[in-house]
Write a protein that binds this ligand. Sequence first.
Ligand code: UD1
Length: 424
Amino acid sequence: MFMDQFLITGSSRIAGEVTISGAKNAALPLLAAMILAETPTTLHNVPSLQDVRTLIELIGGMGIHIQKQDDTVTCDTKNIDNFYAPYDLVKTMRASILVLGPLLARFGEAEVSLPGGCAIGSRPVDQHLKAFEAMGAEISVENGYVKARAPKGGRLLGCHFSFDMITVGGTENVIMAAALAKGTTVLGNCALEPEVVDLANMLVAMGAKISGIGTATMTIEGVERLHGCEYSVVADRIETGSYLAGALMTRGDVLTKKTTASLLHPVLEKFEAMGAIITTGDDWIRAQMKGRPKPVDIRTQPHPGFPTDMQAQLMAICCLADGTSTIIENIFENRYMHVPELNRLGASIQVDGHTAVVKGVEKFTAAPVMATDLRASMSLVMAAATAEGDSLIDRIYHIDRGYEDVENKLRALGVTIERINTND
Ligand code: UD1
């Protein structure tokens, strides 16, 4: 599977209807939250994705009975026999760190591999660990593993903690832990992303006491135990935006179903500024595009700013705009890896530090390209779909991590796409 490629025969007008899946970035923390429940939990609208399979395997490895059938995951934690997340699985997906908070809160101990190449205090998870320490946990890093232990008595303690920077995963990990802590936790500078809200709502359905959901300060009154619940994953706003982007690139017309406009206002506003006609209903969003896109300036920011996970797809639209756009990436340092690939497809993009200047061109031209990360790969797929001729996209395992049933959804929108298994 890891060697699969996409062959895309371009020049498609992207038009049609597509049903949006549950959000990967909500499903992962919700799956981790299942560890907290003493009775069985059922989660619906879970997308079939590599990252979801990885986390299910990770949780199953702890002796927890967890299984996925169609889009429903059921989980029963009663036979858990270890609190360990091995490097082999964690290294493939940073979100694995989300099991640390639930394990530590419920069982008083956890041993979770650090996601690749980082030491304690360094960037990716320092905020998570700092918050757990503020809750009384003893944390050490040995042989690449975070070893965490709750204070005497086995329960974390409520505390006042404010994140140094806005972190989605950090906020999620810590609210899960605080839900079972002894006493009240007041968390400042929390992430406001819809996926954080979805997790907080599921925790409440499990019996947690949380106020301030969807605001920067959340107050969590710890309870002694949480019970199972039945819950459904929120729609994937990034998948929604990615397919709508296709309409803007091809004078197309895309209707996304089972999704909600309120999840992606910052993206829809930019699409409108680029000339799209956006219409919405309770559970659908439609983008229609007549002419060439207008250039825009964007900077990625935490929610409700423009999401970094839509930066590459927005850039692909800017590549075809009638003028020059400026993009500033504020969240991640190394998130322009798709730029050389888009340039291979005929774009004109220059990067200087955090800023990319995108000079619009009339059209993309077909070329062999390489997917570099999950969201970037979608920008290449869309660009290839508009280019005249055949483009071969390599390393599409990135796309399989985050986009459910991507070929069929693209075909329904008129894209000619074939998966080539180079192992054959
Ligand atoms: C989540 C999303 C990811 C999205 C990102 C930003 C999931 C599974 N992934 O990732 O798709 O791109 O939010 O919206 O939900 N940071 C620290 N220390 C920490 C934690 C984070 O320095 O302890 C830094 C990161 O390096 C990054 C920034 O803060 O520069 C934001 O990271 P964060 O919001 O934590 O992203 P993730 O939760 O990993």
